[in-house]
Structures are given as structure tokens and as C-alpha cells.
Design a protein around this ligand. Sequence first.
Ligand SMILES: Nc1ncnc2c1ncn2[C@@H]1O[C@H](COP(=O)(O)OP(=O)(O)OP(=O)(O)O)[C@@H](O)[C@H]1O
Ligand SMILES: [Mg+2]
Length: 422
Amino acid sequence: MSTQGGSGPVPFVLPGPPPMRDTVEGWERWRVTRRDFMPAPRLSLAEWRLLSPRKKSLHDLHRSATHANLQLLQTPMADAVTKLLHGRVMTNALKHKPTTRAGVMVTGGGYQGKTETGCEILATFEDIWRELHRHLNPDAVPGARDLHVPVAYVQTPVTAKPKSLCKAILNFYGAQLHPRMDLPDLLRQVAASLHDHGTRALLLDDITRLRLHRADDQDTLDLIRAFMSMHVTLVLIGVDIPGSGLLREGRHDPDTGQVTFPPAQQSKVHGREATQTERRFDLVELDRFRYETDEEIAAWIDHLTGVEDQLRLLKAHRGMLTAGRMPEYLFGRTNGVVGLLERLVEDGCQEAIDSELECLTEPLLEGIAITLGDPSRDPGAGEIPDTPPTGSDTAAKDRPVKRKRPRNTVFDDHGPAASTGT
Ligand SMILES: Nc1ncnc2c1ncn2[C@@H]1O[C@H](COP(=O)(O)OP(=O)(O)OP(=O)(O)O)[C@@H](O)[C@H]1O
Ligand SMILES: [Mg+2]
């Protein structure tokens, strides 16, 4: 059904709350529905004017939903991460040998797309893996009815310690937790959960929230060693991993991008047998856009073209984001950080619809402050980047206060008169 349809259900509002990816069910629901959103159809101003008031409001709501659900675009930086991460996870998954799998660390600044890029890569891996195995756990013992969960996504709790990180992993699987479990117990249960579900990749997001103070260093490193002995590809995502202390004991080879951790000194790590092999990680950076060389500017403009193409403003013109001073202006506002651009464009579009300007212009965007009040991000771990100021101090001082969004009137009953209107 399109928004031009009658009074049926509104197709662009997903039923129920948005899927949280940090449980098996939530991850699965997100993975299978992640491409389902239908953007609003493109209408010219003349076509929009022909709609009835109710259809106009429905279409406007659909346009807002479209601007709030902008797609992930391929960027040269995300391509580099995809190549490495997908390749590593896939070859590790195909390995039969019981040797330790090399892991991958994805580092970058806040809001640069680490989480979304990482999840998309692992969801794509899972799509392929499930297809290969026709939805059967290839390791399942005949008769056993374990659920097949190729990918586990876990967000590190704020100021986590090794025990709370293990608990977060077990929560993903919905495993039973006993309050008195110690770290070796928890690790044993994590290993059992990963094995029983045929998990091939364990993504630990926001790993730089782990306490990395000197006193906890050994614990953290041992924890990572223990995870790496569990025959999964360990994927660690964090803000500025090299500066975080996580690599303190590792040797970083800038030529290969690999980090090598020495083998454990003791024979047991948290009650598990320590292996004497080194632990290897590929360290890959998901960078922001840059704006110096011709190539960098072209990549930024390419990204803006991809964003512009998704917008549904009635008076938008070609080159609205890509012509004249706009690319430079948008770079100045966002530092080339994809997440900041997304916020600015989404809020800018809402203002453009509310004010009936129906186009993004520099003066309109000057009035939009980039707000990052997102409770799921930890400012203490650098997950909220600084937002550059708008054009000038005076502009910031005199910035018009953003109008409150008008109440949505789509579902109001306007009485019989409304339905007979155009
Ligand atoms: N390639 C992309 N194209 C378009 N938008 C993107 C892209 N990557 C990320 N985004 C958008 O940027 C926003 C921030 O992305 P994400 O949450 O993945 O960043 P992050 O690096 O994990 O941030 P944090 O460090 O705060 O956890 C998201 O809303 C996402 O939709
Ligand atoms: Mg993130």
C-alpha cells in the first residue's frame, strides 16, 4: 500500500518497538527486517497539492519517516572495513583446524558509523552462512535442538568489568544467571553458549568502556585471551582503541596493521587452560571523511549525492547538497562525521517541512543545532564527538529558536467536511 491509499494501516510504521540487537530475538528481528523500510514516493509540489488534506498529512508523515530512516551508504572507509572484517569472519568460519582464530578490532571516533557498519557486515555474513547451511546448525548433534545463532552482538555495559561483560554476553543468549557465579564459571558458560549455538562471530561493541586502568589490565587481557580460545572470530569495536590502553601489552605492526598479544604467563587463565600461542588481531580504522585532496572532496560529494537522493522535500533541486558552497559548509558543520551529517540533515528536513521552505539551504541549516542526547552512548568513552560550531559566533547567538514540531494531525477526525475536501 502507498500513502496515496485509503484508510488502511500505515505501512511505514513498524509494528512494536524498534528491535534491540542485544538479544538473540532482537538481533534476528533486526537482521531480517533491516531492509524492509519503504521510503515515501517522490511527489512534485504540483502532485502533492492535488492530495486531500488527510493524504497530504499522511504523505508528510511518510516523508518524515523517510528522513528518520536514511540508509547506510557505501563509503570508501566502510568499504575498507567490510573487506577486512567480512573476509576474516568468513575464512575463520570455514576453518576446521582447532587453532585460535585471529580477531578484528575496529577503531574510530564517535558517531562515525562503527556500530552500524559492524552490524551490517556481520548480518550479511549471517545471511550467507545461513543460506550455506540451510538454517541448520552445522555442528548440531543429531537429536539436539539447540538454536543456531551464527552471530552474537553484545554492547559493553558502561564502566564494565570482566564479570559484567560476561553477563551481557549470557544475556544475549537468554542464559540462566546465578548471582554467585564467579568469573571462571561465567567464562565456562559463555564458552558453552557460543559452542552450543554454533556462533562464529562474537561482536563486542563499545569495548573501550571496559575499565582499562592498570590494576584491571591483566584481567582484561586475560579475558580477551579467554574469548579468543572459544573458536569464534572476536570482533572488538571501540572509540580510539590505540589510545585506550587496550593494546598496552600488544605489539602493533603499522605495516600489516596487526596487533599481536603475547601468550599468557600462567598455565591457567580464569580457570581455563591458557594456550601458549600468541593472539593476533587485525586493527582497522573506520575514519571520518576528509576534505583536502581532490579525491577526498569527490568522496564527500559522492556521499552527499547519496544522501540528497533519499530526501523527499517538495522544493528540493538537484545539487541542493552538492553544488556551490554546500559541500564545504556541510563539512564544516560535521567534520565529515557521517552520524553528525545524518542528524543535521534529518533535523534540517523536519524544519524545512514545518516551515514550508521545503528545501535545505545554508540559512536554514544555520538555525539547526546538532543535538546528540542519545542515552545509549557513553560520553565518558568518547562516543559523543564534539560538534563544530555554526558559521559564526553571532550566527550562533542570533540563531532562531527551532520551532516546536506541530502536532501530528494525521489521525485526527476532521469530521465529514474534511473527507469531502480535495
Ligand atoms: N555509511 C553510512 N552512511 C550513512 N549513514 C551512516 C553510515 N554509517 C553510519 N551512519 C549513521 O551514523 C549514525 C552513527 O552511526 P553509529 O551509531 O554506527 O556510530 P558509532 O561510530 O558506533 O558511534 P559511537 O562511537 O557513538 O558508538 C547512525 O545513525 C547511522 O545511521
Ligand atoms: Mg556505536
